[in-house]
Design a protein around this ligand. Structure first.
Ligand code: FRU
Length: 485
């Protein structure tokens, strides 16, 4: 049996055992993508191709840890209802035998091209990385074409996650890298035929345009033009916490600037975090047929808590975020839940107007595990506003210091941990709650907090309290489940 058939047979066996177990899992998301079993991490190869949205993802089907990686695959016509396909890439060849790592998709001459990193542990246990190509006519079955790019001089074998796009008749590829001096870099290549790639050099990196170090490795870069700005998304590893910033193990954020196409000349501003919560990493964007720039990220973090997720005992771990449309507002990247998500709303919302006057005030509701909650803050004067969700997530805003806080119960010991950021004037909160996740969009996507949480299945409580005068308008929607369970 070939290696590929052997691995597929192993997956088939797990799948049939899984189907026969058929256990109810209260933490399985209703409208977020999660793996049928095993571990999911980065979204890969996001593309709108021949009338369907495709989401591939890093998948270890055999275990709930970061062992070997396949490309799992879902597709959809509406970004809501997803169909599962056979794994698109299987780590079966000498150049990808220890993992088909992250990468991207493009359409060329009616075919889908996947670029990914072949991860190899050689005989001495050392890492090797190959940037590889696979091509498909139908977007489901892929023919591997092998390596198209080797690690250039000056870099360690932490060289991965190709993101490819076309501009002015040329192809470009940006890669996440580590220099021989152990600094993170985003490195740019260009090609006329998708096979031969010329290095244009680092776009930017730690200790290059910075006076300070900015991480020992940059993962999952993405580079695109949006509303007059050239945006570099990337995930630096090795940043120390600084004030309210960088409290997760790894970060995810962007530079906005100006790039001279055809060169690696890129002038940019400061690093801005994309998400201020606990579980957000490795985002990737694509442009759809309506010309929207849409981002999806891994709703996870590979930190010490990872192995404490209670879903592990059900044989799966992690999920992806909802698709978010990116816009630039005042030089800053905003994220909006894609409009399609409104179709998940069941019936009319419950609408509540709250006018809190002097003293302590409270409001209670019961919510569905899949809910969308919109709170318009008409006024909030000199006192903290606090929202508690299913006794696990606490959101608060203090107008006196302008700090927004998300606190959650730690998976390991139930103690509260928090993430915070400054929000100058909080006008609106929009929350997407799923069985075990929350995504909070503040002021129409100016800041976003994303987190997983694991509440008691029966706990449906939603509670608002305000220390001072406040006038709020609430809209509560229950949402339909739309993803494969
Ligand atoms: C980011 C990452 C990528 C790599 C992939 C492996 O989470 O480490 O850099 O390609 O995951 O699964």
């Amino acid at each position: 049996m070939t290696m590929e058939l052997h691995l597929l047979e192993k997956i088939r066996q797990i799948k049939s055992k899984n189907d026969s177990d058929n256990h109810h899992d209260p933490y399985r998301p209703g409208y977020h993508l999660s793996p049928p079993f095993g571990l999911m991490n980065d979204p890969n190869g996001l593309i709108y191709f021949h009338g369907r949205f495709h989401v591939f993802y890093q998948w270890n089907p055999f275990e709930t840890n970061h062992g070997i990686k396949f490309w799992g695959h879902f597709s959809s016509t509406d970004l809501l209802h997803w169909e599962e396909h056979p794994p698109a890439l299987i780590p079966s060849e000498w150049y990808d035998k220890n993992g088909c790592y992250s990468g991207s998709a493009i359409e060329h001459e009616g075919k889908m091209y996947l670029f990914y990193t072949g991860n190899v542990k050689n005989r001495n246990g050392e890492r090797e990385s190959y940037q590889c190509l696979a091509v498909s006519e139908d977007g489901v079955y892929f023919e591997k074409k092998g390596p198209i790019l080797h690690v250039p001089q000056g870099y360690t074998s932490h060289f991965r996650d190709p993101k490819v796009w076309q501009q002015d008749g040329r192809w470009y590829m940006v890669l996440g890298a580590q220099s021989n001096t152990f600094n993170g870099r985003a490195v740019l290549f260009s090609s006329m035929d998708l096979q031969h790639w010329e290095m244009l050099g680092p776009l930017t990196g730690s200790n290059r345009k910075y006076s300070e170090e900015f991480g020992y490795m940059w993962e999952c870069p993405d580079f695109f033009h949006l509303q007059g700005k050239d945006i570099l998304l990337f995930c630096p590893q090795g940043l120390e916490p600084k004030g309210l910033h960088f409290h997760n193990l790894y970060q995810s954020g962007y530079f906005a600037g100006r790039w001279i196409p055809g060169t690696n000349h890129y002038e940019h501003g400061e690093f801005t975090e994309l998400d201020r919560g606990f579980d957000f990493y490795a985002p990737q964007t694509f442009v759809d047929h309506r010309n929207r720039r849409i981002m999806i990220a891994w709703m996870g973090m590979g930190d010490d808590h990872e192995q404490c997720h209670p879903t592990i005992e059900k044989g799966w771990i992690h999920s992806l975020t909802i698709p978010r449309e990116m816009k630039i507002v005042g030089g800053h990247l905003y994220q909006h839940p894609v409009q399609e998500l409104q179709k998940l709303r069941i019936g009319q919302p419950s609408i509540v107007n709250l006018d809190f006057h002097n003293g302590n005030h409270e409001y209670y509701a019961s919510i569905h595990p899949q809910s969308e909650i919109i709170i318009n803050v008409n006024s909030l004067i000199n006192g903290r506003l606090e929202i508690t969700i299913r006794n696990n997530i606490q959101l608060s805003y203090d107008p006196s210091n302008e700090i927004f806080t998300m606190a959650r119960k730690k998976f390991a010991d139930n103690r509260l941990e928090k993430r915070q950021c400054i929000v100058n004037h909080m006008r609106k909160l929009q929350m997407y709650l799923d069985s075990s996740s929350i995504e909070v969009f503040i002021n129409d996507g100016q800041e976003v907090f994303t987190a997983r949480f694991f509440a008691d299945q029966k706990d449906d409580t939603f509670h608002i309290s305000s220390e001072a005068e406040a006038s709020l308008n609430l809209q509560l929607y229950s949402l339909q489940a739309s993803c494969p369970a």
